[in-house]
Design a protein around this ligand. Structure first.
Ligand code: GDP
Ligand code: ZN
Length: 297
């Protein structure tokens, strides 16, 4: 006789070890995938079968709205599923990478996630003007930039962000040093304790840097953090998806002479013409070329 099936959400992943939060306050189960191909991701809705007090087997992963990949060589290539929003944490100091920012924005566009860019550490004023200047391009492209200081203005930061995070599943992204963990601790006061608990349950030891976590937010919604994660895998995006993910290329695409124009050096390319006129930023076209080249490798 088998146990009744239960449904839940994956709230932590460490390699192929998962934590499942069961529906209707049913508690937590350690989940194990059945078979080799059945990899789950944080945010997945799953059907599982309880095998003991605290363990269960994942029988089925319900259809995903989206699935994001990580590009680094950590244990799981999946990052998270069923997301609504991407929150990119930047800071005045240390210097943030525009390439990382550009790649993250693309992943978000390609997966139809809303994006919110946060510029943290506005209390460090030496580099504030230059950070603002570097972000101007992205504001012109239509991305919202929110200036905060987790340390100097925790309450205002909390207020500004809470309403934008409520009721949505938001993935956090940031290079190290930007203040991502400070922000998580501000928004989810019990985060550290919860992570210690999960590390024990999943036996991650000290390797919490590969532990992806979903935190429930007080106003509903979820914050997903994956310490150590800095870059999305974009290899699974087709050339068509890449091209469409550069929103500012859109008005020109129909103007290219060749229907299969790749906007690299084709004659009569309307994207290259716009680049020449200064209507497309050189940094964005370079990123596009770089991503195409990476796909070919
Ligand atoms: P993470 O590596 O992105 O998780 O960044 P942390 O949250 O560990 O923060 C990196 C450093 O920046 C720490 O020394 C924090 O105390 C500091 N920090 C975080 N937020 C702020 C801020 O708003 N202002 C200032 N001045 N420092 C901050
Ligand atoms: Zn073209």
């Amino acid at each position: 006789m088998s146990a009744p099936l239960e449904s839940g959400v994956i709230t932590a992943a460490y390699g192929r070890h998962y934590l499942i939060e069961l529906e209707n306050n049913g508690g937590l189960l350690q989940g194990f995938p059945r078979g080799k191909k059945n990899d789950a991701a944080v945010g997945d809705k799953v059907i599982c079968e309880r095998r003991s007090n605290n363990q269960g087997v994942i029988l089925e992963i319900l259809p995903r709205r989206n699935l994001l990949y990580r590009s680094d060589a950590f244990k799981s290539k999946y990052l998270a599923a069923n997301l609504d929003q991407l929150l990119i944490v930047l800071a005045t100091e240390p210097y943030f990478s525009e390439e990382m920012l550009g790649r993250a924005l693309l992943a978000a566009q390609a997966h139809e996630l809303t994006t919110l860019i946060v510029l943290n550490k506005t209390d460090l004023t030496t580099m504030l003007a230059s950070a603002r200047a570097r972000l101007h391009l992205y504001q012109k492209l239509g991305f919202e930039v929110l200036e905060v200081s987790v340390h100097a203005q925790p309450q205002a930061t909390h207020e500004h962000l809470a309403s934008r995070l409520a009721g949505r599943a938001t993935l956090l992204l940031g290079q190290s040093g930007m203040g991502k963990s400070s922000l998580v601790n501000l928004l989810v006061p019990e985060a550290q304790a919860a992570t210690r608990e999960i590390s024990t349950a999943l036996k991650t030891g000290k390797h919490t840097t590969t532990l992806t976590r979903l935190y429930r937010l007080p106003d509903g919604g979820a914050l997903i953090d994956s310490p150590g994660f800095q870059e999305f895998g974009l290899h699974h995006l087709s050339e068509g998806m890449l091209e469409r993910a550069f929103g500012e290329f859109q008005p020109f695409l129909a103007g290219c002479r060749f229907y299969n124009c790749r906007h690299l050096h084709e004659p009569g390319c309307a994207v290259l013409a716009a680049l020449k006129r200064g209507e497309i930023a050189p940094a964005r076209h370079s990123l596009y070329m770089q991503l195409l080249a990476e796909k070919e490798q």
